[in-house]
Design a protein around this ligand. Structure first.
Ligand code: ADP
Ligand code: MG
Length: 468
């Protein structure tokens, strides 16, 4: 089997996936575990990111929109270098997911066995990210036009350096250039992380000659997230020479980063100055019109994938485009959640439900929801005093409100179970788990309970009572 798939030779701390899954089971509960987490497999592990396998696109979207942060946090506990998760969709043909994953790895390797080195595997141009589906507004117009020009005229601007914050479309643009130029040129599209990994691997296996040849042979070199290339003098040296050799022979170079060249750290001055010597363009945060346009477009795109139609009201669209302002990735994430919600519950979310689904994306500062506020609101709602809520009395009229407050605290804050326990008169964390479970179950069976929870959520999060 190719080395790429048995990466143990460079990674000594291989993750134990079953251990991570059992951690997640505790963290997210058995229901979530059984419905979603169990379906995830570990496909491949890299230095600082991992590739997970899931059986369907829908499961991927659901997990991404709901649990990605918690999964990443848990993985980080086992291996702190992991900073990113990617998903691969592998159909689960024979109901045995891990054997499907194995088979998939084997067939992948078979498919590329005629390639003598493995660089091509890293040349992953995503056919879904093209110029045609890159929407343009005043915030990204210059970057878009420069990229388009570059893809039409070799060496018009060389190098082209595109920078901007996370999730603003840099990778999409680089990918579009790659996609376009790949039609008649030799294109190499690689992230700086991969470049480093490949470099180190080539040194270890005495393959430097091949490495150099490979990179110096390309007509177009796209390097994504150059800010991750830092340190390692020898590698920067190699990069610099490759860079110069390519420019000399008239190859096109395109680089992306999260900051302008002069703000890059631990990258040689001469490399930065070569970057600055080409065309430097930035992408700004999307303006309202662009956000709205992206929203409409992505909803259509997603729904056509699921071959359905979703008439999200103007009110909700407007709400999302007004509130989610930081980047396009979050906007896309928000749409994914709305679409997942509608598919699961078979109805469109109301505005109030939208607020709940998107809570963490809406810049509602987590700190504004305090345990104290939750307790106060719940006490008022059930007409009991705070002393009663915090007492150890077990009268029925006190137990439900107490459990409800505990449930809402778990749901709406990031406090840990022991922390919540402390705030509820030093109750044990098992009591907290029990309360959360009880309310979750009641909510399913009892529509009054569900209404009350929704009303309370609305008051706590938005200070409004009459919605839902
Ligand atoms: P970055 O590399 O800057 O972090 P990405 O290129 O990965 O951001 O973009 C994040 C997501 O947003 C991707 O799904 C991408 O397709 C989408 N996206 C970003 N900008 C646009 C745009 N102008 N039009 C359509 N989709 C966009
Ligand atoms: Mg990117």
């Amino acid at each position: 089997m190719s080395k790429t798939y048995t990466n143990k030779n460079f990674d000594k701390t291989s993750l134990d996936w079953s251990l991570i899954q059992s951690d997640l089971k505790i963290k997210l509960g058995t229901d979530v575990y059984e419905s979603w987490i169990k379906k995830i497999g570990l496909f491949e592990e890299f230095n600082n990111y991992i590739l997970l396998a899931v059986p369907t696109r829908f499961i991927r979207d659901w997990i991404t929109s709901r649990y990605l942060d918690q999964i990443l946090q848990t993985i980080k506990k086992h291996k702190k270098e992991i900073i990113r998760i990617e998903f691969k969709i592998i159909e689960n043909k024979n109901n045995n997911f891990s054997s499907s994953i194995e088979q998939n790895k084997v067939s992948d390797v078979k498919n590329i066995s005629f390639i003598t080195d493995s660089y091509l595997q890293y040349n992953r141009i995503d056919p879904n990210k093209r110029f045609e589906n890159f929407l343009i507004g005043s915030s990204n117009k210059i970057a878009f036009e420069a990229s388009l020009k570059v893809s039409e005229n070799i060496s018009y601007y060389n190098p082209l350096y595109v920078y901007g914050g996370v999730g603003l479309g840099k990778t999409h643009l680089l990918n579009s250039i790659g996609h376009e130029m790949n039609k008649n040129k030799k294109v190499m599209f690689i992230s700086a992380e991969r470049f480093m990994y490949q470099f180190v691997k080539s040194i270890k296996s005495n393959d430097m000659v091949k490495f150099k040849e490979y990179f110096r042979n390309t007509d177009v070199l796209l390097i994504d997230d150059i800010q991750f290339m830092n340190g390692k003098e020898a590698m920067q040296e190699e990069f610099f020479h490759t860079f110069n050799a390519l420019l000399e022979k008239g190859s096109q170079i395109i680089v992306s980063a999260d900051r302008p060249p002069n703000k890059l750290i631990r990258i040689q001055e001469r490399i930065k100055s070569r970057f600055s010597g080409g065309l430097v363009v930035d992408i700004q945060k999307p303006e309202y019109d662009l956000r709205k346009k992206i929203l409409d477009h992505k909803i259509d795109e997603l729904m056509s994938l699921h071959s359905g139609k979703l008439d999200i009201s103007e009110e909700i669209k407007d709400f999302i485009s007004t509130k989610i302002t930081t980047n396009v990735r979050e906007l896309v994430g928000a749409i994914n959640r709305i679409v997942s919600f509608s598919r699961i519950y078979n109805k469109l979310p109301s505005l109030a439900e939208t607020k709940v689904i998107l809570k963490d994306l809406l810049n509602l500062n987590e700190n504004t929801v305090t345990i104290d506020a939750i307790q106060t609101i719940v006490c008022k709602f059930f007409k009991i005093s705070k002393n009663e809520m915090l007492s150890s009395r077990r009268s029925r009229y006190l137990v439900r409100p107490r459990q409800t407050a505990i449930y809402l605290t778990k749901l709406l804050t990031t406090k840990s179970l022991p922390e919540i326990g402390r705030e509820f008169s030093n109750r044990d964390h098992t009591t907290i788990i029990h309360s959360v479970k009880t309310i979750e179950q009641l909510k399913e069976k009892n529509s009054d309970m569900k209404d009350n929870i929704n009303k309370l959520k609305n008051i706590i999060l938005y200070n409004r009572e009459n919605e839902i």
